[in-house]
Design a protein. Structure first.
Length: 217
């Protein structure tokens, strides 16, 4: 009788332990259950980086943008420069050199200004004149384009602002500095000329079948 009672106790304890473990296992599965993401995390990160990438800020086609630039808007923007630069025909220097006729002028050569810094002198050794491209890059962030310059102006991050300012600078003492011809439009993609067999085995020109879908480049 005692042995039977002891066996029942042991069996009951074993069953209870098994039920407890089973219950905890199910509970943990419910608590920590996570649905898989609809897209892998690395794929989402790559997509966001691609979609958010800014286009490269390269000099524009001057033959196209300069004739259409807003010279008055460019002149208004140069009010930010007035504390250090003058734009009068007398090319009066101030904290910085006068900027009358600066487009097409050799860097560091304003006759009435004698305190150019070393970065400007070094720049002048490799750049014969202030071209549209060089002004475009310099005006974006002078301290980045010419490291060490004493010019503290933060720059003009907006490309159209720089185009308008350069159009004004050209009109103000450099009207004869040439504007290049507009660049030709990109040539349309060549039509495919490969032939493909028809259902009866006769060749057909694939380009002729798709030519009506082509758009001018």
């Amino acid at each position: 009788m005692a042995d039977s009672l002891m066996f029942n106790k042991i069996a009951g304890a074993t069953l209870a332990t098994g039920l407890l473990i089973f219950g905890l296992s199910n509970a943990m599965g419910i608590i920590f259950e996570q649905a898989p993401p609809t897209k892998p995390g690395d794929a989402i990160a790559i997509q966001e980086e691609t979609e958010g990438a800014a286009p490269a800020d390269v000099p524009p086609d001057w033959g196209t943008v300069l004739p259409a630039a807003n010279i008055a808007a460019g002149q208004a923007i140069t009010s930010k420069c007035a504390s250090c630069h003058q734009f009068d025909p007398g090319d009066t220097p101030a904290i910085g050199p006068g900027l009358y006729g600066v487009v097409g002028r050799a860097p560091g050569t304003q006759a009435k200004y004698t305190t150019y810094d070393d970065p400007m002198h070094n720049f002048a050794k490799t750049h014969s004149v202030w071209t549209y491209d060089e002004l475009y890059k310099f005006l974006k962030a002078p301290g980045t384009d010419m490291p060490g310059t004493k010019m503290t102006f933060v720059g003009l991050p907006n490309p159209q602002d720089r185009i308008n300012v350069i159009a004004f600078l050209r009109s103000n003492g450099s009207p004869n500095y040439p504007i290049p011809a507009p660049k030709p439009a990109a040539a349309p993609a060549a039509a495919k000329t490969a032939t493909a067999p028809t259902a009866t085995g006769a060749p057909t020109n694939a380009a002729s079948e798709t030519a009506h879908t082509a758009t001018p480049g």
